[in-house]
Design a protein around this ligand. Sequence first.
Ligand SMILES: [Zn+2]
Length: 413
Amino acid sequence: MSRVRLQELKNRSIRAMGKVHKAVKEKILDVQRQAYDEGIQMQISSGFRSFEEQAQLYGKGRPSYKWHGKHYGSSGKIVTNAEPGESVHNYGFAVDFFLTSYDGQDSIWNVNDDWMRVVELAKHKGFTWGGDWTSFPDRPHLQLTGSLTWKDLQKGKRPSKSLLEVDVPVPDDGILEEGETGYQIKKLQQMLIKLGYALPKYGADGDFGEKTLNALKAFQKDHHLEVDGVAGPKTRDALEEALSLKPPKPEDKNYWYIYTGPFENHQDAQAAIKKIKKYKGWILDINHENRVMTGHFIGKNVVEFYAEWLRNEFGWTVYVSDHKPVKEEDEMPEVAVVINSAADYGVGEMLANRLETGVYTRYVAKKVQVADHLYVVGGDKEGLKAGKITLLSGKSRLKTASEVDDYLEKHYN
Ligand SMILES: [Zn+2]
């Protein structure tokens, strides 16, 4: 069973949240990415809801319900007490989330530690959690409204600019110190551990306490920095340098490759390459699935080292392979069958089945080269793109299954 890709969770969530405010979207996707980095699969189940959709929802379990003269009632259980305009969802400032199983196939609605971690990450970004409401706790619900309620939104008030600012990373002032918690602290702890400054008691728990303080001071002492136990720009640079300058010595002599993504489209993949090139002079390429591939590394431990770096730095799905990236031209099959008319399809398909390849129409085979060697059922060579062409027309035209078998017996291995 493999882990559901972050991109997959992201795609599902974007679809489900619809036209929420840009800041809500950016921030919650960032929470999703951070959670994923920590081994938590989080997905959004809903976001923006139009007034009409709210009317439909409110109408459930209230069969005679009408809104603006239109009938929206339906049978079933009552699911909400909010009429159109009475939900923060109607203004695009709320989302609901849930967790998924490791493979992304099942949904999980238990309010467990992972759930609370997502809540913590979201609060860090300025979200308010519906689970904190005393009258009707709503545990999947997160809203980005500050102190505003739906009543304020209905009156035309909107959340503050600073709350909706997405370009500025919210709580990070560039300095990490004792008493702080969150993702950045967790990342700092992971770096310290990786560099040999163990945190055996609590591990990388995202909480900057005495153990983290001591480990950080030890690092600063070893690297001739001011030993103040505060991770400011100089210390953080030194940490990153210490990490990125220390790839292990290769333990084997095999070639390895890194694949990241797939990205949503070619442009996103190109943007990813740009980002990587800011740090590393790797030879990078994009394959047909919009995955970014690196040039080769020698040694599995070395490639793992860099893969981990990519995961930490960018939060992408990254994996390693000992298979050389396949370019599209390498994937072209050796043989293919081309048919001249629909009447040839039956025989063409039989032939293709036996040759374990596909059937193409003449039209397609003229536009692109579909294989190196074409078996052409009916017609001539005119305009076909191929290295080699075998014409099965006129006298050699195949008409039945047994003729196909006889032909292959004689001419094909
Ligand atoms: Zn909600």
